[in-house]
Design a protein around this ligand. Structure first.
Ligand SMILES: [Zn+2]
Ligand SMILES: [Zn+2]
Length: 293
């Protein structure tokens, strides 16, 4: 268990430091809110999440894999596959499960309430990649444990998957620029920052695309892939129509966002009303623009 924690912490620290340096050396977008008001809340939530999992589900997904291995539970054990094949298939199954879970967190209103905290960040950078409400983390862990037991996913695949997912989440939330050609090649294998940024657009149809965190293939397969935001990466607005007040970046506000019904309804209603009030095109002139006759 000690080695497991060491692997997780060193993996996190290395990738976090590399991404933070890359963001300073070659930023992709100008941050609107900046780091100072955002990083304490985003990193604070990471600590709350880690403690919540350790206290409430101490054995977590790796423990479930050990249990399944000991008892011979799950489809992959029953199939009697070689460890390398079972580990590879197990990794793919977990990634598909996380994709499916992400879609559900967008489609089911009560789950969206928890997940929208991730989307309410006013900028997107390496710290957004660890900004998830503790309830979402606990539900996600429950789903992962169920998948690990049902499929009998090997311990090595579960640990590798969790370390890789943590790293790719920080990578694909990074505010980093890279040559377009490199992005094009990379996004055949892994979700890139330009691909995931579309998912953080304020426009709902763009938010409901590019659900993958790790492998990009599920989005292509299920028709949820979107290559770029309509307004471009520099012109797009990051975040949600609600929770745009900078005070919402504080950790106490982050924790209570799922419960704030009144703010949501008022804001969503406001957006709808604005949509109805704004005509599609600019036809005709306002009276104050009328020229002399
Ligand atoms: Zn999402
Ligand atoms: Zn995200």
């Amino acid at each position: 268990m000690d080695i497991e924690i060491l692997i997780r912490i060193s993996g996190f620290a290395l990738v976090f430091a590399a991404m933070a340096l890359w963001e300073v050396a070659a930023p992709r977008r100008r941050l609107t809110a900046g780091r100072k008001p955002r990083w304490p809340g985003n990193l604070g939530i990471l600590i709350v999440d880690a403690l919540a999992v350790r206290i409430l589900i101490p054995t977590a997904a790796v423990g479930a894999a050990l249990l399944a291995a000991g008892r011979g539970w799950g489809l992959l054990h029953m199939a009697g596959l070689r460890l390398s094949v079972a580990a590879l298939l197990g990794f793919l199954v977990l990634d598909l499960a996380i994709y499916g879970q992400h879609v559900l967190f967008h489609k089911i209103p009560v789950l969206w309430r928890m997940h929208r905290m991730h989307h309410a960040d006013l900028d997107i950078d390496v710290t957004t990649g660890v900004r998830f409400h503790p309830f979402e983390i606990l539900i996600s862990m429950g789903i992962k444990i169920a998948v690990v037991i049902a499929f009998g996913i090997p311990v090595v695949a579960v640990l590798l998957f969790e370390v890789v997912l943590n790293a790719t989440s920080m990578f694909n939330h990074g505010n980093v620029s890279m040559p377009v050609a490199l992005d094009r090649v990379l996004r055949r294998l892994v979700v890139t920052p330009d691909m995931h940024r579309v998912h953080h657009s304020i426009l709902r149809d763009e938010t409901d695309s590019n659900f993958g965190f790790n492998l990009p293939w599920w989005d292509w397969l299920f028709g949820t892939y979107r290559a770029a935001p309509r307004a471009g990466h520099d012109g797009m607005t990051v975040g949600l129509p609600i929770f745009r007040d900078p005070r919402e970046l504080r950790i106490d506000h982050l924790l209570t966002q799922p419960f704030r019904t009144d703010a949501v309804q008022a804001s969503e209603q406001g957006v709808q009303e604005r949509k109805l009030a704004e005509p599609e095109g600019e036809h005709g002139r306002r009276p104050d623009q009328a020229g002399p006759i």
